[in-house]
Design a protein around this ligand. Structure first.
Ligand code: PMP
Length: 444
């Protein structure tokens, strides 16, 4: 125990304060839907390391593929030669792309780097500079990705001036349009597209605008799926003006929302798509995919990075695609999704705490529950102005005390559910029961 105390003290003293942590503990093991901590506690993991270990921790097929690759070739710098795992991975990815035009790949390590590359590519492809992003968006913490991130000021506070040439419009989310949560999708879409029209007339002319970047499900901004009509509207505007559409599927992609890619819900063709997180189930890997006709405009040497497209990560990613298929993971996502949403709905409709719940939303296993908050009350005259403060983080904390790791998201009172995509019916129910209990205890 004193070794553990020393280790914790060392981590607290010498690991930068710039990282926020859910808990002061040492994670020692991950096993399917569970993680273990140094003190013997075992938690049901509804975070998946923020949507990464989608097939559960240490999935044997993925870990074995990585271990085999480790004994063969760990590092092959992408500017030196091809390596087998990248070729195998491209071969697999070509069969699952949401649109056949997406045929030119580049691999990097993190989602932020993929977004950086996407922005640079859009500028080169169009010869234009400006980027339109969404209020509430999260695309990463590096300088370009941070500039198109608009979900919390903590990400940019103290770091100005940001990359210039970035404009934002509201996401079709009732909070951002200052309308009640029951506003029709058609109205949200109409208002958000109107704001886009205004930005293109008032702030950045189409001939200066390289790209619009959007998460098809707003992640760190509150887990809000974009109505398909909105994404289709963006596509139309892009087509009309020669603007590129960058779809950031870093969190929503790879089966998370019940289809391989969330963009399949709207059927829209991305010009550039970014992937990361679940791609290699925990090994660092991201991907930028576009079309050859565009990427042929890149000069050799303009893209690259020492660790870009690491061989072990790519080998793990090949195993991920195989496991997703062989284990019929999407079927599980859709079955468990129904159970999760119906459990949240029965909490809202069947108990006194329901009055504090203002929204339940999501697709697949990317689901959110939103509680009333002072922010919400300021927008809805019918809302209780005395809504308890900080309810989401108190519920998350209570869940942890009861053995379930769960995360909040956004500046609103939102809890997000990101369980493993292959979670069992029993474990999902267990997590939902703990969550309902925690809400009742916090909102008593
Ligand atoms: N885009 C989206 C949609 C994300 O959710 C994230 C991470 N939360 C990123 C980009 C950045 O990815 P990374 O943390 O791997 O840099």
């Amino acid at each position: 125990p004193s070794q553990v105390a020393d280790d914790l003290a060392l981590g607290q003293r010498h690991l930068t304060k710039g990282i926020g942590r859910l808990t002061e503990a040492i994670m020692t093991k991950g096993e399917g839907s569970y993680v273990h901590f140094h003190d013997g506690r075992r938690f049901l993991d509804f975070t998946c390391g923020i949507g990464v270990t989608n097939l559960g921790h240490c999935h044997p097929k993925v870990s074995n593929a990585a271990a085999d690759q480790c004994m063969n070739l760990v590092h092959c710098q992408c500017s030196i030669s091809f390596h087998g795992p990248t070729i195998r991975l491209i071969e697999k990815l070509l069969t699952i792309m949401p649109h056949q035009s997406l045929d030119s790949f580049y691999f990097w390590n993190s989602g932020s780097e993929a977004v950086e590359a996407a922005i640079k590519m859009a500028r080169i492809f169009t010869g234009r500079q400006n980027i339109i992003c969404m209020q509430g968006a999260y695309h990463g913490r590096t300088y370009g990705a941070m500039a198109v991130t608009k979900s919390k000021t903590v990400y940019s506070e103290g770091f100005f001036p940001l990359m210039p040439g970035v404009f934002s419009i509201p996401y079709p989310y009732w909070h951002q349009l200052c309308v009640p949560p029951n506003t029709s999708e058609a109205e949200l879409v109409r208002q958000a597209l109107y704001q886009l029209d205004l930005v293109l007339k008032q702030q950045t002319a189409p001939r200066d605008t390289a790209a619009i970047i959007i998460e098809p499900v707003l992640g760190e901004g509150g887990y809000v799926p974009a109505p398909p009509a909105f994404v289709q509207g963006l596509r139309d505007v892009c087509d009309k003006h020669g603007i590129l559409l960058i779809i950031d599927e870093v969190q929503s992609g790879y089966g998370r929302t019940g289809k391989m890619f969330n963009i399949e819900y709207s059927g829209v063709r991305p010009d550039i798509m970014t992937l990361a997180k679940g791609l290699a189930n925990g090994f660092p890997l991201s991907c930028i995919v576009s079309r050859k006709e565009l990427t042929d405009k890149l000069k050799p040497g303009s893209m690259g990075g020492t660790y870009a497209g690491n061989a072990v990560s790519c080998a793990a990613a090949v195993a991920v695609v195989d496991a997703l298929r062989e284990e019929r993971v999407l079927d599980n996502v859709n079955a468990r999704s129904k159970e999760l949403i119906s459990s949240l709905k029965s909490l809202k409709n069947g108990s006194e705490v329901g009055q504090h719940i203002v929204d339940i939303r999501g697709q697949g296993l990317m689901v959110a529950i939103e509680f009333a908050s002072p922010l919400y009350a300021s927008q809805d005259p019918a809302a209780n102005p005395h809504a308890p403060k900080g309810i989401a983080s108190r519920v998350a904390k209570r869940c942890m005390e009861k053995g379930v790791l769960i995360l909040t998201t956004s500046v609103y009172e939102v809890i997000r559910f990101i369980p493993p995509l292959n979670i069992s019916q029993e474990d999902l129910k267990k997590g939902c029961d703990v969550f309902a209990e925690a809400v009742r205890e916090v909102v008593r």
